[in-house]
Design a protein around this ligand. Structure first.
Ligand code: PBG
Ligand code: ZN
Length: 327
């Protein structure tokens, strides 16, 4: 006899047996699709280096989301954008009530009400002339003054009816600050999805192209060093204590260990943001004929779920829905 009588292959013998013992499921309910907004209501502008992703005008986006809903996709994360002429040192366009993002939130929630879950990005980088996520004095990013601006932005979004505010700036104490402010103003039902461990990563290129938000210098004094894990656990403790409703790891694929660690320690749902370059790498592989797009995308997203993510933010969500990749 060769070896022993252990034969794991019995459990792989045919498709139905394999289905029966599958450990990880990926479902549209767990996916959030990011969308970028732009000012012209009829726009659907392609973005250089970000295949199949667009800057949307509100009229076009509204139609797109209507289609997404019929295909089973219901959750969206919106990013605003500012024209270069609207940007300034203080990023004041971020909390302009008539801005493209607050207006879009209002329109979409009026139209779709609770048949969508709408999240909004809360950050200054698309609106500051220096491109940083916080306010700058000299060469320093000012933590506490930034909280005031971020709080205003979150409040404007809450007033427009957003379901979830998602602060992506990585300033200290922004979750607690925003929670207190929203509660004081009567928005105790607005959720906060915290970018808890957001790394200073090389995977953000196509996104920065989309928003024109590349910073002068880098984000190393606020985003985390990709060499660190213990530090992420500290951020997790703080965000939970400050009242985050969901905690997030970003990027996802190169950070599966962080996702797993969060899942083991978190008392709230764990989200993972599979970022722009993770998406674009799959697109480029497929374009070169080196992989089948659908299969590679589903493998990556399933791995992120297997690591422990309850929720995944992915640019593939609308394609998965429209192409029926999970059917
Ligand atoms: C910054 C922000 C970034 C992303 C979303 N918000 C990264 C950055 O510019 O540092 C990246 C998302 C992606 O690449 O898909 N607030
Ligand atoms: Zn930012």
């Amino acid at each position: 006899m060769i070896g022993n009588n252990q034969r794991p292959r019995r459990l792989r013998k045919n498709g139905l047996v394999r289905n029966l013992i599958r450990e990880t499921e990926l479902h549209l309910n767990q996916l959030i699709q990011p969308y970028f907004l732009t000012i012209n209501p009829e726009a659907q502008e392609p973005i250089q280096g970000f295949s199949g992703v667009y800057r949307w005008g509100i009229d076009q986006l509204s139609k797109k989301i209507e289609k997404d809903i019929t295909q089973g996709l219901n959750s969206f994360l919106l990013f605003g954008a500012a024209q270069p002429s609207e940007k300034n040192e203080q990023g004041t366009a971020a909390y302009e009530e008539k801005g493209v993002l607050p207006s879009a939130i209002r329109t979409l929630k009026e139209r779709f009400s609770d048949s969508i879950v709408l999240a909004s990005d809360v950050c200054l980088c698309p609106y500051t002339s220096h491109g940083h996520c916080g306010l700058v004095e000299g060469t320093e990013i000012q933590n506490d003054p930034s909280l005031v601006a971020l709080g205003q932005m979150a409040l404007v979004h809450a007033r427009c009816g957003v379901d979830i505010v998602a602060p992506s700036d990585m300033m200290d104490f922004r979750v607690g600050y925003i929670r207190n402010l929203l509660d004081e103003q009567g928005f105790d039902q607005t959720l906060i999805m915290a970018y808890t461990a957001k790394y200073s990563s090389n995977y953000y290129g196509p996104f920065r192209e989309a928003l024109g938000s590349a910073p002068k210098g880098d984000r190393a004094t606020y985003q985390m060093d990709f060499r660190n894990k213990t530090e992420a656990l500290r951020e997790l403790e703080l965000d939970l204590a400050e009242g985050a409703d969901m905690v997030m790891v970003k990027p996802a694929l190169a950070y599966l260990d962080i996702i797993r660690a969060f899942k083991e320690r978190s008392s709230v749902p764990v989200a993972a943001y599979s970022v722009s370059a993770e998406y674009q790498m799959v697109k480029l592989m497929a374009k070169e004929g080196l992989a089948i797009e659908q299969k590679l995308a589903i493998e990556n997203l399933t791995a992120i779920r297997r690591a422990g993510a309850d929720i995944i933010i992915t640019y593939f969500a609308e394609l998965i829905a429209s192409q029926g990749w999970l059917k």
